[in-house]
Design a protein around this ligand. Structure first.
Ligand code: ZN
Length: 109
């Protein structure tokens, strides 16, 4: 096993500045942790204080649960139950004024 790389004390600020502007506000904010319910935030795009609008979509978790139910023999419509369960759905938080994505919650990425 190789030892960890040594700490690079000579941090190159010029190199960092070349990379940093590539990140826009949306890519940084998508990593913010949000829950199932609307949260109060200041929008990074329009800088207004707001409560987020939450959109629920069927993601990997919902379709995986439906697939597992099919494999277990629930083929008479029971496999569609996960499509009705909000707890399994992915949540995307939007700014209600400018529709900027403020955050996302996914059970599995
Ligand atoms: Zn906004």
């Amino acid at each position: 096993m190789n030892p960890p790389a040594p700490y690079n004390a000579s941090f190159n600020q010029a190199e960092f500045n070349k990379v940093a502007p590539v990140m826009n506000a949306q890519s940084r904010l998508s990593t913010l942790s949000v829950g199932d319910l609307p949260v109060s935030r200041t929008c990074p795009q329009c800088h207004r204080s707001m409560a987020t609008t939450v959109e629920k979509t069927n993601g990997v978790t919902v379709w995986s649960a439906a697939g597992i139910l099919i494999l277990l023999g629930c083929v008479c419509g029971c496999c569609l139950i996960p499509l009705c369960m909000d707890d399994l759905k992915d949540k995307t938080h939007y700014c209600p004024y400018c529709n900027t994505v403020v955050g996302r919650k996914k059970l599995f990425k």
